[in-house]
Design a protein around this ligand. Structure first.
Ligand SMILES: Nc1ncnc2c1ncn2[C@@H]1O[C@H](COP(=O)(O)OP(=O)(O)OP(=O)(O)O)[C@@H](O)[C@H]1O
Length: 538
């Protein structure tokens, strides 16, 4: 019966196979809708399409549309007296549909071109991103104003600081945070991570308020918190913000309900103390930064950090994690607490800055270390030099050895008071101290401009400790040097550090590269005393 349908109704029995192309048109529209609404589905990392290819896809579609129209016209000609396509209503609908389609194609084309530009810019600056719908990287400081309406006081302060170009982490992390996205960022030491989170916080907070704490920056040490507070004030110069460093005094005495504070910069211990004493309400915090995040998630600090995370209960809070090293375990942990976060990695994850010349030096024994150090200082001492040792006892011992050697040495470790620690840092920064002997208390984040050489007198206890320690030199594009002394006791862990050295382009003897990589447990061997002076002679 179907085969014999009258000619009159032939047009109504739509042959889907024959007119598959027309069906496809409508399908195409639906698919392109999806692409525009969920741009993040197109991976930013894999956006390699050439500009020409977008144009050619567009051309093909236009050609196809023309053919379709012709085909329709031909068909309507043959169905005499009953023009399925020909009613003026459906023609108008067709036109609207085509206009919509054109508009959609245009948007899609612009979107793809933008994606290609972003991909090229990321490639140029060694930026790798993952996540959906990631905002384009910034091309220059002016875009902070044109795209995000950055206030002129911030731009003025950046100019005063002498910044001419954005660093790669600033190019990508700033727009991510300004778009209200959570972020975990990994970029080499000395690459400007501090301003990458300070800048969006100041831009978003807009003005001072007395409504309670609005941003918290957590740092693993007091020294780093103090430095970050100082940098924050430099960037906020000319605008009245309440920027507070949580000192011991403030922790004990300040009642934050009566004490205006826009940005609180603190260590986990101090903030935990204040929260527990109910002197600090963090429920209105809009921004939380975990600086040196992998250190904050290590044993000893993670409990306090957890308490802070819980106390920051504002559902629309933007959290971000920054570090030069971001182990998988920390990333996994971060994913469980963050919403739709963007991951930004500059260069190779967990690698040392490429501007540092690194070398491994074998010293037979503890005595050998001291002799070697004295000898090299006698031959050439190019201050400022930072020496890292395993613990505070060894820091004191080495200081006792060097203080009479006619070099201006000083020491910093956790047994000193706040004032003594501050003085040690100030004197090193100002050049009064040539050689600073330190424990890992200053290994992370501290920005001593122009440190010429870092000496790992004691082998670091992990590859990440190595990356952070040597990263005190070679900052902001400057060159630096790192010398790591090792004894027999360190050989089983040599390869872990050698991998980092090799990956950043420095030479490592073949026999070391042939050693097995140890699944790292903290390497803190028992070491003989540094001191050769008998104790009762001191
Ligand atoms: N855009 C820029 N142009 C030039 N210098 C900059 C720029 N941004 C930051 N700096 C400078 O670079 C130095 C290092 O910056 P910062 O301390 O933020 O590094 P970092 O990436 O946090 O390092 P770390 O991992 O050791 O903590 C600082 O002295 C800072 O003033």
């Amino acid at each position: 019966m179907e085969k014999d349908t009258s000619f009159l109704f032939a047009g109504l029995k739509f042959n889907r196979k024959k007119f598959a192309d027309d069906f496809a048109r409508f399908k195409v529209k639906k698919e392109s809708d999806d692409v525009v609404e969920k741009p993040g589905l197109i991976s930013n990392e894999s956006s390699t399409m050439e500009e020409g290819s977008v144009v050619s896809v567009d051309k093909k579609r236009k050609r196809k549309k023309k053919t379709n129209r012709k085909r329709k016209a031909a068909h309507s000609d043959t169905v005499e007296g009953f023009d399925v396509w020909g009613s003026s209503k459906s023609e108008a609908a067709d036109e609207v549909r085509e206009e919509n389609e054109d508009e959609m194609l245009q948007k899609m084309k612009e979107y793809r071109l933008q994606q290609e530009r972003d991909a090229l810019s990321r490639k140029k600056h060694n930026i790798r991103v993952s996540g959906s719908n990631i905002p384009p990287p910034l091309q220059n400081f002016e875009e902070l104003k044109s795209r995000y309406n950055c206030k002129s006081y911030i731009l003025r302060n950046l100019t005063e600081l002498g910044f001419k170009e954005l660093t790669p982490i600033q190019r990508q992390a700033i727009p991510v945070l300004l778009s209200g996205r959570e972020c975990f960022a990994c970029a080499p030491t000395g690459s400007g991570k501090t301003f990458a989170f300070l800048c969006p916080i100041l831009m978003k907070l807009k003005r001072a308020s007395k409504d309670g704490v609005r941003a918290v920056i957590l740092c693993p040490t007091r020294e780093l918190a103090a430095q970050t507070a100082r940098e924050c004030k430099k960037l906020a110069k000319g605008k009245k913000f309440y920027i507070r460093l949580m000192t011991k005094q403030l922790t004990k005495t300040a009642d934050f309900s009566k004490f205006p504070c826009d940005i609180l910069i603190t260590t986990p211990f101090r903030v935990q103390f204040a929260v527990r004493k109910r002197k600090l309400d963090l429920s209105k915090v809009e921004f939380l930064v975990l600086d040196e995040s992998d250190r904050l998630f290590e044993m000893g600090l993670v409990k306090q950090v957890d308490l802070v995370l819980k106390a920051c209960s504002n559902p629309s809070i933007i959290r971000s994690l920054f570090s030069a090293t971001l182990p998988e375990t920390v990333e996994e942990l971060a994913r469980t607490i963050m919403h739709d976060a963007v991951r930004v990695v500059i260069g190779t994850k967990n690698s040392a800055s490429e501007s540092i010349k690194q070398k491994l030096v074998f010293v037979g024994s503890e005595e050998g270390k001291l002799i070697g150090l004295r000898q090299s200082f006698a031959e050439s001492l190019n201050p400022p030099v930072l020496i890292f040792v395993q613990n505070k006892e060894r820091a004191k011992e080495l200081y006792n050895e060097l203080k009479y050697d006619n070099i201006r040495a000083d020491v910093i470790h956790a047994d000193l008071s706040d004032i003594q620690r501050e003085d040690a840092i100030d004197n090193f920064r100002s050049g009064k101290t040539w050689v600073l002997i330190a424990t890992d208390v200053v290994a992370r984040g501290m920005d001593f401009k122009g440190v010429n050489c870092v000496i790992n007198y004691d082998f670091p206890d992990s590859a990440s400790a190595y990356i952070h320690r040597i990263g005190r030199s070679g900052r902001a594009g400057r060159s630096g040097e790192a010398i790591t002394l090792y004894t027999e006791a360190d050989v089983p862990y040599l390869k872990n550090v050698a991998n980092v050295i090799k990956a950043s382009g420095c030479e490592v003897p073949e026999w070391i590269m042939a050693l097995p990589t140890k699944k790292w447990k903290k390497h803190r061997p028992h070491r003989e005393m540094i001191s050769v002076i008998p104790e009762n002679d001191e």
